[in-house]
Design a protein around this ligand. Structure first.
Ligand SMILES: Cc1cc2nc3c(=O)[nH]c(=O)nc-3n(C[C@H](O)[C@H](O)[C@H](O)COP(=O)(O)OP(=O)(O)OC[C@H]3O[C@@H](n4cnc5c(N)ncnc54)[C@H](O)[C@@H]3O)c2cc1C
Length: 517
């Protein structure tokens, strides 16, 4: 029996696979398609996803091949600027949205997996499955048409919007399909507008937006195309040029179309993310407007949340109930993403005069307020994702620093040889106990380090010359989960609180006592 069977090798299934490889699990990943998607689809990678990729050891090719977008400018009808959003407020090593077509994202992740020794089994389809208390038996169809039964501990449904996994589980997928239609084009756009910003043109019919992708490529999206556009065939470049001439307030010359299409948007969320030994993640669990580029990012972070939990449970280092926290943590996040993208689509893509007037009035006010810009940046970048209500985090008040449940920001720690190194790349596999101004030679800390060796790595924060850090300078312990969120924090004078938390959450290394508890 294998540990896990991943259904789907889109960005979410591939991220899941990377997470499971880091945890040393024995799994298979299948996809009924021939390879990465041929189209660009999702083009925006958010700062928190880039941090996730850094923890996973694969961020470099993304940064090399992607194109950083530093903000969004909303242009008014007569060429005047209505408002703008600057991503400089994103407090991360990645203060931008990285524009990169989804086919490149899938290619980079697939190549990374190949280097790790994992091959996606293509043209292999999940037909059905059944589960009992101990295992899942999945029926898959191989490329030669043969049927195979695969038994696994867990089945992970990363199989997209038409998920077979969701269907077999009979999960509800309530929501709506918007009336509004969109058209999309990937082409070259010659224009005198900054190439490191996305641009929106607020026209009285509706919005047209342009996203530079680098390498002389651009993504264009327009809401509510004129009635002359025919749903039965792809929009032509000439039709697109006409639409842009009518709606954009600056000259834009289009050429070299690579992909044009129509789409409509749905807004749906499953009622459960887990049933027994089976999970749904990504588009299989949630779909919504592409406004704010959240869909793929949210799905990839679903996978990052689940991977380490499966690893600990598989090794007998945590109780199986830890897996229930996946739904407790991710479902509220997904609900908020649906709400915020629904709101954004209604405001930015407004087609009626009243909402357009409200948008055009509010845009300059938003632009001037640093507080609003910071708040929007926190939401869009997904750095604000917080599990403070999770049953598996514990906070003991400290005057500074991230609270339990919040993202653990990058910091400088003392590396093996005492040289300063970044914290972020050290995350992603084990828990990390970040000590702030604590006595590393204290018997209590030494005992914890020894008992949890191989599960918890101890790292000492380096406080900069000014004596400051995002973690404050009060002596403290921050226990950081492998997904880069703070699991627990307390003052360094209370190692017994840390010890008690670890005892509840994790088994002592080598002794699978929790399995027998
Ligand atoms: C036209 C378009 C534009 C988009 N633009 C954006 C955007 O700008 N920003 C954004 O964030 N998102 C965008 N999205 C959405 C984004 O593409 C998805 O959120 C993302 O692809 C979800 O990833 P996933 O891995 O969950 O699902 P998918 O990418 O759909 O992958 C699912 C995989 O599962 C496989 N599969 C399905 N059923 C089975 C089965 N029974 N057996 C085996 N394999 C199976 C499929 O072959 C597929 O490879 C867009 C989508 C479309 C279609």
């Amino acid at each position: 029996m294998i540990d896990a069977l991943i259904i789907g090798a889109g960005p979410v299934g591939l991220s899941m696979a990377i997470g499971l490889t880091r945890q040393g699990l024995n799994y298979r990943i299948i996809d009924m398609g021939t390879g990465p998607v041929p189209e660009s689809r999702a083009i925006g990678i958010q700062a928190r996803t880039l941090e996730m990729l850094e923890m996973a050891g694969v961020v470099e090719p993304f940064i090399e091949q992607g194109h950083p977008l530093r903000g969004f400018i909303l242009h008014g009808p007569e060429g005047r600027q209505l408002g703008s959003l600057s991503f400089e407020h994103i407090k991360s090593r990645y203060p931008f949205i990285l524009a990169l077509p989804q086919n490149d994202t899938e290619r980079i992740l697939t190549e990374h997996l190949r280097r790790l020794g994992v091959q996606v089994e293509r043209l292999t389809k999940l037909l059905s499955f059944r589960q009992d208390q101990d295992q899942v038996t999945a029926q898959i169809q191989r490329p030669d048409g043969g049927i195979e039964d695969v038994t696994c501990q867990w089945l992970l449904g990363c199989d997209g919007i038409h998920s077979r996994v969701r269907e077999v589980l009979a999960l509800q997928f309530p929501g709506k399909t918007y009336d509004l239609r969109f058209i999309l084009a990937d082409c070259h756009a010659e224009m005198e507008l900054s190439d490191d910003h996305a641009h929106g043109f607020a026209h009285r019919t509706s919005l047209v937006a342009i996203f530079p992708l680098g390498h002389a490529r651009h993504r264009l999206v327009a809401a509510d195309p004129p009635a002359c556009f025919d749903w039965q065939r792809k929009p032509t470049l000439a039709e697109w040029q006409e639409l842009v001439d009518a709606r954009a307030s600056v000259p834009i010359r289009l050429s070299e179309p690579k992909w044009t299409t129509f789409f409509r948007v749905q807004c749906r969320l499953v009622d459960r993310l887990k049933r027994g030994r089976v999970f749904v993640l990504g588009d299989a669990a949630h779909v919504h407007s592409p406004a704010l580029a959240q869909g793929m990012n949210t799905g990839m972070q679903d996978a990052w949340n689940l991977g380490w939990k499966l690893g600990l449970v598989r090794k007998g280092l945590a109780k199986p109930e830890l897996l229930d926290s996946f739904e407790a943590e991710r479902l509220p996040v997904e609900r908020r993403v649906l709400d915020i993208t629904d709101f954004t689509q209604n405001v930015v893509g407004a087609t009626d005069r009243f909402r357009q007037a409200a948008r055009d009035l509010l845009a300059p006010l938003f632009t001037r307020s640093v507080a609003v810009q910071r708040r929007i940046s926190l939401i869009v970048s997904e750095l604000g994702v917080n599990y403070h209500d999770s049953p598996i985090v514990e906070d003991h008040h400290l005057p500074h620093g991230p609270k339990a449940g919040q993202r653990a920001p990058d910091a400088i720690v003392a590396g093996r040889d005492g040289m300063p190194v970044h914290l972020m790349p050290l995350l992603g596999r084990n828990h990390v106990l970040l000590t702030v101004d604590a006595d590393l030679s204290s018997p209590a800390l030494k005992e914890i380090a020894q008992d949890y060796a191989g599960i918890v790595d101890v790292q000492a924060l380096t406080i900069d010359a000014a004596g400051t850090s995002v973690y404050g300078n009060t002596p403290a312990f921050y226990l950081i989960r492998p997904d880069g969120h703070v699991a627990f924090r307390c003052g360094a004078q209370h190692p017994e609180l840390l010890r008690a938390y670890l005892g509840r959450m994790l088994a002592v290394a080598g002794v699978s006592q929790l399995q027998h508890a």
